[in-house]
Design a protein around this ligand. Structure first.
Ligand code: 5GP
Length: 125
């Protein structure tokens, strides 16, 4: 079910539960501000979700409310994870869905990191 990205943050969303350790995840990277883990239903040979630990509903919320340090740190870590996983060559794709038309289903900001094969058209027909 698509979410409404204008609603307040919901502490019961699935990624909040993963961050609190109430639900397990297959972790790729963690620091004070960021957690990255494998998507439970991968849509490419590699499909990693990168999330900030802060309470941000979406990319819209994060870009509006997070401070410059959080935003810069998050972007650097996404790049670092991709580098460390060896995805830079031959390449990878980042995706952040926002709201209903974007197809966002979990109301905690996450960037999808896809890799492992030629990823085809940017948007499905
Ligand atoms: P969205 O559609 O919101 O951009 O993407 C949500 C993603 O979260 C989906 O790709 C879905 O497979 C993934 N996901 C949903 N629940 C879980 C979960 O409990 N664990 C993990 N690792 N991924 C999940």
């Amino acid at each position: 079910m698509p979410i409404d990205p204008t609603l307040p943050y919901d502490d019961n969303n699935i990624f909040a539960k993963i961050l609190r350790g109430e639900i397990p995840c297959n972790k790729v990277y963690e620091d004070d501000a960021v957690l990255a883990f494998h998507d439970i239903a991968p849509q490419a040979p590699a499909h990693i979700l990168v999330i900030p630990k802060g309470r941000y509903v979406s990319w819209d919320d994060f870009s509006a409310r997070a401070n410059d340090t959080e935003i810069a740190g998050f972007i650097r870590i996404v790049g670092k994870i991709a580098r460390e996983q060896g995805y830079v060559q031959p390449g990878y794709r980042l995706l952040a869905n926002v709201g209903a038309d974007g197809g966002q289903e979990v109301p905690h900001l996450h960037v999808h990191l896809f890799a492992g094969k030629p990823l085809g058209r940017m948007i499905a027909e």
